[in-house]
Design a protein around this ligand. Structure first.
Ligand SMILES: *Cc1c(COP(=O)(O)O)cnc(C)c1O
Length: 417
């Protein structure tokens, strides 16, 4: 076998400063200045171009459920790419079909269930939006604080004004309801509603779980008026909350079966793949031949990556690991003086600080070798790989506990983002 050198010698060499300067002249400025330039990873750790190691407590934003460079995932992707990589949707492939079956089984869907594969969360929600239109109704309900993605349909379901306003008018007839308010839901969920779209735990809004009973109530009301219940599990699905799906959690989900569940982030263990699960007969038939499509969606490599990811989660007992590490983490965090409140759904965790210092604390954390995300001005979000150990996470708790008390009186952040 000949060794193939895919890049020219030195093509990917450089310091963090050099790459950051080149980034600013070549990559569109939609994300602000990069926090670091990362060159490799292993397990829950990543290294930057200068050789500094970080504990990755964000996991590519709730994506790298197996950590970085997982040998089983790497082998599955390489084997599939070395066998058959892309075939278009004129053709089927075994990993695609096997993944669809596996997701339906894990979600608890019946024989009428069907899956559509996409490449991202926003695309999965876009497909769900189109499914809703096929009910013949146009009115949609979403919740204040919701994040469902950045394409026009997904953006129409996203509440944040700063994301929406530069792009209005957006696809219409979306009404935002006060978060977790069942009376408001009862008033709005009438027989002209195509779909109610909710996150079981709002991720981008700062890890906000729906109140217990809300989803079950929504299921009942949606059934009464013939509306679809669409649950966006792009961030919470695939083990993040310590269960395969957040709606499986008895407290969060109340035992309901949604009509539609959207997935992406963790599903491919780092390879882009999204999915729309239609779990009721009604939802499964909404999109017919020619009514939706994608070139890459459901390709053999992405679906093999997802199958391998699900396999490792099961084989290595990662759902139990999530629950154990989460429990110890919450217990330890609430004892840190700087921490005002902790909201956790498994390893999706928000740490509410004593003031608008999240950006400042995240910067200090990065300088100390920890990647975390200031999800709101006052809260840090952690979404580490599901393989992370308590001993690894505990080093971050020690870091927080060692911060000076006056970090809670903020100095102006270098970058407001
Ligand atoms: C991240 C996210 C999306 C968008 O997914 P992309 O893969 O970034 O397009 C949609 N919904 C929720 C709940 C998310 O967290």
């Amino acid at each position: 076998m000949t060794t193939v050198q895919p890049f020219a010698a030195g093509e990917l060499a450089g310091t963090s400063a050099e790459w950051t300067a080149r980034y600013q002249h070549a990559v569109m400025n939609t994300f602000g200045t990069p926090k670091a330039v990362l060159v490799r990873g292993e397990g829950p750790y990543v290294w930057d171009a200068d050789g500094t190691r970080y504990l990755d407590l964000l996991g590519g934003i709730a994506v790298n459920v197996l950590g970085h460079a997982h040998p089983t995932l790497t082998a599955a992707i390489s084997a599939q790419l070395g066998t058959l990589g892309q075939v278009s949707n004129f053709f089927a492939s075994p990993p695609q079909v096997a993944l669809a079956e596996r997701l339906i089984a894990l979600a608890g869907g019946g024989p009428a269930s069907r899956v559509f594969f996409a490449n991202s969360g926003t695309e999965a929600n876009e497909a769900a939006f189109k499914m809703a239109r096929r009910t013949g109704r146009t009115r949609m309900l979403a919740l204040e604080g919701a994040f469902h993605g950045r394409t026009m349909g997904a953006l129409a379901l996203t509440a944040k004004a700063a994301y929406r306003e530069p792009f209005e008018p957006l696809p219409g007839d979306v009404q935002f309801l006060p978060f977790g308010d069942t009376a408001a839901l009862e008033a709005a969920l009438t027989d002209d509603v195509a779909a109610l779209v909710v996150e079981v735990v709002q991720g981008e809004a700062g890890v906000r779980p729906l109140p217990p009973g809300y989803l079950a109530h929504a299921r009942r009301l949606a059934d009464e008026v013939g509306a679809l219940l669409v649950v966006d599990e792009v961030q919470t699905g695939i083990g993040r909350t310590g269960r395969w799906f957040a709606f499986h959690d008895p407290e969060l989900g109340g035992g309901v079966l949604p009509d539609v569940v959207t997935l992406a982030k963790g599903l491919g263990g780092g390879i882009p793949v999204g999915a729309v699960l239609a779990l009721t007969e009604r939802a499964a038939g909404l999109l017919g031949p020619g009514q939706h499509g994608t070139t890459f969606g459901g390709n053999p490599v992405a679906t093999a990556a997802a199958l391998a990811t699900l396999g490792v989660i099961e084989r290595d007992g990662l759902l139990a690991n999530v629950r154990q590490v989460s429990g110890r983490l919450v217990e330890a965090l609430v004892a840190v003086p700087l921490v005002r409140e902790v909201r956790a759904a498994g390893l999706l965790v928000a740490i509410e600080l004593g003031g608008p210092v999240a950006a400042e604390v995240a910067e200090r954390a990065l300088a100390a070798g920890f990647i975390v995300n200031p999800v709101t001005p006052t809260a840090l979000r952690l979404a580490p790989p599901l393989v992370v150990t308590w001993e690894q996470v505990a080093t971050f708790v020690d870091f927080l506990a060692g911060l000076p008390a006056d970090v809670a009186s903020p100095t102006p952040s270098r970058e407001a983002r």
